[in-house]
Design a protein around this ligand. Structure first.
Ligand code: PMP
Ligand code: GLN
Length: 384
C-alpha cells in the first residue's frame, strides 16, 4: 500500500503550509489556497448537532447511517434527478473523500484501470493506487474550456478498464459538464460495461448551468456510484459528513467496509446533517451566489492584465488562472506572489499536466479580500 500511494498528489498543498507559516510570523497573507468555506454554516444545522450532543447522542450508530438519514439523502437525490432511489442504495461515510476511497475499494482492484480526466483532484491518484488500480488520464484541454472530448475516452479504454471517474462541477477548472457531455460519458460506460464514479461534492455550486448527475440518465442507475457531501454546500467540511449512492448490492459491500473501518459514524453529526438535508436552507443558494460573484470580481480584475488568462468558472469555488503568458512557471509565479505580495494560491501542476502553468485561486474569502488579492496578482504579473 505504501508504494501504491507514495508520491501521488500529497504535496499539492505544500504552498499552503508555507503561507500559514508566514501568516504566523505576522505577514498579511490573503489565503486563497484551500477550498475551505469562509461563510458560516446554516444556524439550524449547528443547533441540531449541539442539541443532539446535549441529549447524549454519543453512542455507536448503524453501519450505513441512521435509516432516516439514508432516507433523507435518497429522497433529496430522487427529487433532484427524478430517479427512484431506495434508502438501501445509500451509505453514509465521513466525507466525500472517504466515500471515494470506499467506493474505489469496491469497484477496482490490482491491475485494473480507472479512466480519469485531468487535471483531476489531487487525491485521486492515491485513492486508485490504494485499491491497486492505476489511473489512465485523458486531457481536459484549456482550449476546450476544460470540457471532455468523448473521442479521448475511446482512445483510453483497454480490456482492463473498470471505472470512468468524473467530477462536475470540477475542481480545479470550474467546468460544469453539459448534459450532452454527461450523456456521451454515460453512453461510453454502457457500451464498455464500466462503472461511472461521479464525484458531486460541488453539485450545489453549479452556477452556469444545472448540475446533471449521470445517475439520472437511462440505464445508468445500475452502474453509477454517486459520491457527495455537505462539506461545501453547507460549509461544514469539519463535520466529515458525506454519502455514497449506488446499487443496493454495492451498498451492502460498502456497509461491510464501513463496519470494518469505522463501525458507523457519529450520531450528533448525523443529526446535524439531517437538519441540513430535510430543511430548506437558503444559505446554500446564498453561498453559491457569493462564489459566483467573487469569481466575477476576480476574473474581471484580471481580464486585461497582460500575460494572464483567468477562466470564468461555471461552478465550484475556484478560479483557474493561466500564467504561462508571463514566461514564469506556476511555482515561480505562486511562490513569488506569496513572498512578494502576500497572496497564497495553489500551483496546479499537481492536478495534472493539462493544468501546468495554471494557478488555482480559492474564492473562500470575503469580496474585499478577493478584490485586494486580484490587485496584488495583477501587480505581480507586471514585468520586473
Ligand atoms: N472531491 C473533490 C473534487 C474535492 O474538491 C473535495 C474536497 N472538498 C473532496 C472530493 C472531498 O470532500 P469532503 O470534504 O466531503 O471529504
Ligand atoms: N477540496 C478542498 C481543496 O481542493 C479541500 C482540500 C483540503 O483541505 N485538503 O482545496
Amino acid at each position: 500500500l505504501v508504494d501504491r500511494i507514495s508520491g501521488k498528489g500529497s504535496d499539492a498543498w505544500s504552498i499552503h503550509w508555507r503561507a500559514r507559516e508566514l501568516a504566523r510570523q505576522g505577514r498579511d497573507v490573503i489565503m486563497l489556497t484551500v477550498g475551505d468555506p469562509d461563510m458560516p454554516p446554516p444556524a439550524r444545522v449547528i443547533e441540531a448537532a449541539v442539541e443532539s450532543l446535549r441529549a447524549g447522542r454519543t453512542t455507536y450508530s448503524p453501519m450505513a447511517g441512521y435509516p432516516e438519514v439514508r432516507a433523507a439523502i435518497a429522497a433529496r437525490h430522487a427529487e433532484r434527478t427524478g430517479v427512484p432511489t431506495p434508502a438501501d442504495d445509500v451509505v453514509v461515510v465521513p466525507g466525500a473523500q472517504a466515500g471515494l476511497y470506499c467506493a474505489m475499494q469496491c469497484l477496482a482492484g490490482p491491475g485494473d484501470e480507472v479512466i480519469a480526466p485531468e487535471p483531476m483532484y489531487a487525491t485521486y491518484g492515491a485513492v486508485a493506487g490504494a485499491a491497486g488500480a492505476s489511473i489512465v488520464n485523458v486531457a481536459l484541454r484549456p482550449e476546450r474550456g476544460f470540457h471532455l472530448d468523448p473521442d479521448d475516452l475511446e482512445r483510453a479504454v483497454t480490456p482492463r478498464t473498470r471505472v470512468l471517474w468524473l467530477n462536475s462541477p470540477h475542481n480545479p477548472t470550474g467546468a460544469v459538464m453539459t448534459r450532452a457531455e454527461v450523456e456521451a460519458a454515460a453512453e461510453f460506460c454502457r457500451r464498455h460495461d464500466l462503472w461511472l464514479l461521479s464525484d458531486e461534492v460541488y453539485a450545489d455550486l453549479a452556477y452556469a448551468g444545472p448540475h446533471v448527475s449521470p445517475r439520472s440518465l437511462p440505464g445508468m442507475a445500475e452502474r453509477t456510484v454517486v459520491v457527495s457531501s455537505l462539506s461545501k454546500s453547507h460549509a461544514v467540511p469539519g463535520f466529515r459528513f458525506g454519502w455514497i449512492i449506488g446499487p443496493a448490492e454495492l451498498a451492502g459491500h460498502l456497509s461491510r467496509l464501513v463496519l470494518c473501518m469505522l463501525y458507523g459514524g457519529p450520531p450528533f453529526i448525523q443529526d446535524g446533517a439531517l437538519a441540513a438535508l430535510t430543511a430548506d436552507c437558503p444559505e446554500v443558494g446564498e453561498m453559491a451566489e457569493a462564489y459566483r460573484r467573487r469569481a466575477g470580481i476576480m476574473v474581471s480584475l484580471l481580464e486585461n492584465v497582460p500575460g494572464l488568462r483567468a477562466s470564468r468558472p461555471e461552478g465550484g469555488m475556484f478560479v483557474l488562472l493561466d500564467v504561462r503568458g508571463t514566461g514564469r512557471t506556476s511555482d515561480e509565479f505562486a511562490y513569488g506572489l506569496l513572498e512578494g505580495q502576500g497572496v497564497a494560491v495553489l500551483p496546479c501542476d499537481g492536478f495534472g499536466p493539462s493544468a501546468a502553468g495554471h494557478l488555482r485561486i480559492s474564492l473562500a474569502a470575503p469580496d474585499g479580500r478577493i478584490e485586494e488579492a486580484a490587485r496584488r496578482i495583477a501587480e505581480h504579473a507586471a514585468p520586473a
